[in-house]
Design a protein around this ligand. Structure first.
Ligand code: ADP
Ligand code: MG
Length: 702
């Protein structure tokens, strides 16, 4: 494929030159012809559609209206002089206003006649208004003429660019020059069999029509084609990387199910596994028998039983002669995993050790030794367990809890802990919509536990406004009287840190008055206090010495206090959905009915309302993640921020999920038969991929 012409610097395009090239670079990052070609209009003005006055509002772009002139009048003096007119259709009245060219306009406006008006709708004193609309006397012929006008592109621009006459119109002219000169150079990059299968427009046609559509259908086809291409090549890259990894790294083979697994399963596991847990274990079992390194993301809501699955996977590894470890992001979490696992396996079954920053040197030394001689099979800890001096005899499996707290770098470090890299199982309780996971973790396989163990009481979520505060206090007292514990969480946002802290302190004061000593005991934990103090307060709450934990979001991750059954979230409207869901997951861990109470101010933004309603309506993390994705777009979902993978130009990971799945499937099918893209029909893909990923070769991992 020869995309060379499009690498030409933008200054050489007709109508640009050095000065304009400079601002185009600075303001829109348009450096060459390709960048301009891909500076897509963000909408098109449609002159085939007509609006009724009742239906127009200031949120609409330029609109077209047919209405009859009922009044016109020049108002004001000198600077404030303006022509004001009223027009009317069968649905309402609209005001038109001109500040310039009054004489000419007035001469051309006749009361009683109908006009085709075109302009940006506004609102003035609560009434529909248009200033300086384009006007044409209405006639069927005039309508026809307008209808023949094609969709006009509107481009984003900036104040700076406008100083160089590069407003939307100016950019349009440049794009038009570009297409005139170079449309013939736009090469196809998809094989014919794909174009036919998905009924795609040709690439050249798509670029022409996304800028200057022949009609609305062609515009839609153009967008579809370009979205397809974008998602297709993204998946091609991700799946190719995965293929390469599989080829490059051998995997340990866990082909035996032995005494550890069997004894645990038959005599120690205190409950039946859910179907979802069984399914995931089967997926893992298949993965670990193929001789290929497993990289699996295990998603499941808090309490869905991921830890048990992880433990059983570890026992499989041990049965095959390997060591295993679990890495958690904080000491508290590591300690909890340690206790959970010790409880599950019981005494005299398998040794489990804990290694964190505060492990004593003497103990540490023993652990290091036992790892090196292979005696210790299960190690649980923080990142202390991937330090260089920690050496394993034969590490076969690493479980990582809460993926988004660990970087890719740390994952890579783990791989080097063994000659054959260990299998990796990443657990996360922050569900990510499937399509997003596919892109972000394109090279991971994804397992989902989408079912809670039987008999769990779903958490009841309620939303209250400030005026119900006393009722909420009353409810807290009832629950505490039953022996339960309560979390009260305040937001802490960096930008408003001082104010937030004041909120927390004020809240704390009110609560201490309402819940006085000695009957009630409170803990308070927030970011600014010392780690030791925080730990101390957390432990008091964990042990049940205090009944109420007032905190900022520091308690968001981990922390298992089964006896805490009430979560109160203050200023809930200020939290994102995934955060709310995470916080709610702190309760509902015991046998008792749990509650999540969302306190908010009275006036909510539309998004705020959707967030709180979603929380009240569902406990399902995936449903919540989908709503979150729709509200905020993929770039803002937790854990995705640093990923360049989401900088898509035309496609939208939320709106185009179906298309993404189709592209994924299409790429999978191609790789199933032609992983090297050597067949003649796939040559075109091979070349396009190389061009897009310059510097990356087929046999290197990016
Ligand atoms: P997660 O790590 O996904 O938050 P855990 O593995 O910690 O969940 O499990 C939460 C609780 O549920 C634990 O007390 C665990 O013993 C229990 N549990 C796990 N699986 C089941 C099951 N299939 N049936 C009943 N209880 C279960
Ligand atoms: Mg857990």
């Amino acid at each position: 494929m020869n995309d060379q012409p499009f690498q030409t610097p933008i200054e050489y395009l007709k109508g640009v030159g050095t000065a304009r090239a400079d601002v185009l670079k600075k303001e829109l990052a348009i450096k060459n012809l390709e960048d301009l070609l891909e500076h897509f209009p963000f909408r098109h003005i449609d002159r085939t559609q007509y609006y009724k006055i009742r239906n127009i509002n200031p949120d609409l772009p330029y609109v077209q209206v047919i209405a009859r002139l009922v009044h016109k009048e020049v108002l004001g003096e000198k600077h404030t002089k303006r022509l004001v007119a009223q027009v009317q259709d069968d649905t309402g009245v609209m005001e038109l206003v001109w500040f310039q060219g009054l004489k000419w306009v007035e001469k051309n406006l006749t009361v009683g006649k109908a006009y085709i008006l075109f302009g940006k709708p506004g609102l003035f004193n609560g009434k529909a208004q248009m200033s300086h609309p384009e006007i044409d006397l209405y006639s069927p012929e005039a309508m026809q003429r307008k209808g023949n006008m094609t969709l006009q592109p509107v481009y984003s621009s900036t104040e700076k660019l406008k100083q160089f006459s590069l407003d939307s119109k100016g950019i349009q002219k440049l794009v038009s020059n570009l297409l005139e000169q170079h449309a013939k150079d736009i090469r196809e990059n998809l094989p014919l069999y794909i174009i036919n299968k998905f009924k795609l427009m040709s690439r050249a046609n798509a670029f022409k029509n996304i800028h200057f559509p022949e009609d609305a259908n062609k515009l839609a086809e153009a967008k579809y084609r370009l979205k397809f291409e974008e998602l297709f090549f993204l998946q091609l890259k991700l799946l190719k990387n995965k293929l390469l990894r599989v080829q490059k790294f051998k995997g340990n083979i866990f082909d035996k199910i032995g005494p550890y697994f069997n004894e645990f399963y038959n005599t120690k596991l205190p409950f039946d596994l859910t179907n979802a847990q069984k399914r995931v274990l089967r997926e893992i079992r298949l993965d670990t028998q193929r001789g290929v390194q497993m990289n699996r993301l295990l998603q499941g809501d808090v309490g869905s039983g991921k830890t048990v699955v992880a433990l059983m996977t570890m026992l499989m590894a041990i049965d095959n002669g390997f060591q295993t470890c679990i890495m958690a992001p904080t000491e508290i979490l590591a300690t909890q995993h340690y206790q959970t696992i010790k409880n599950l396996v019981g005494e005299d079954f398998v040794e489990v050790a804990l290694l964190t920053g505060s492990t004593k040197p003497k103990e540490r030394k023993i652990i290091h030794q036992k790892l090196e001689n292979g005696e210790l099979k299960i190690l649980i800890g923080t990142h202390a367990l991937i330090e260089d001096k920690v050496k394993y005899q034969n590490l076969g499996l690493v479980v990582i809890d809460e993926q988004h707290r660990f970087g890719v770098e740390q994952r890579a470090k783990l791989w080097k802990k063994n000659i054959i890299p260990p299998h990796i199982l990443v657990m996360t309780a922050t569900p990510i919509p499937r399509t997003l996971a596919m892109t972000l973790y394109g090279d991971l396989d994804v397992s989902v536990i989408d079912e809670l163990p039987a008999g769990r009481k779903p958490i009841k979520t309620l939303h209250f406004y400030e005026n119900s505060r006393l009722r909420v206090f009353g409810f807290m007292k009832e629950e505490i009287a039953k022996g339960r514990q309560v979390y009260i969480v305040y937001p802490l946002i960096q930008e408003s840190e001082k104010l937030d802290l004041k909120n927390l302190m004020d809240g704390y004061e009110v609560i201490s008055r309402e819940f006085p000593l000695p009957k009630y005991r409170l803990s308070v934990v927030y970011g600014k206090i010392k780690p030791e103090e925080k730990e101390f307060e957390m432990q008091r709450f964990v042990k049940g010495e205090t009944q109420i934990m007032v905190a900022t979001t520091v308690i968001e991750v981990g922390v298992n206090v089964p006896n805490a059954s009430v979560m109160i979230i203050e200023n809930a409207e200020r939290f994102g959905l995934s955060q709310l869901h995470q916080l709610r997951g702190r309760v509902g861990r015991g046998a008792e009915q749990s509650y999540c109470i969302l306190m908010s101010k009275d006036k909510l933004s539309p998004d705020g309302k959707i967030r709180l309603n979603t929380m009240v309506k569902t406990n399902n993390g995936f449903e919540i993640a989908e709503t979150d994705l729709q509200l905020r777009g993929p770039g803002n979902i937790e854990g995705t921020q640093q990923s360049g993978l989401l900088d898509l130009k035309v496609a939208d990971l939320s709106a185009d999920q179906d298309l993404l799945m189709q592209c994924r499937k299409c790429v999978e099918d191609i790789f199933a038969t032609d992983p090297q893209l050597t067949s003649p029909e796939n040559q075109i893909l091979n070349r396009a991929f190389m061009a897009k990923n310059a510097g990356l070769s087929w046999d290197k991992i990016s």
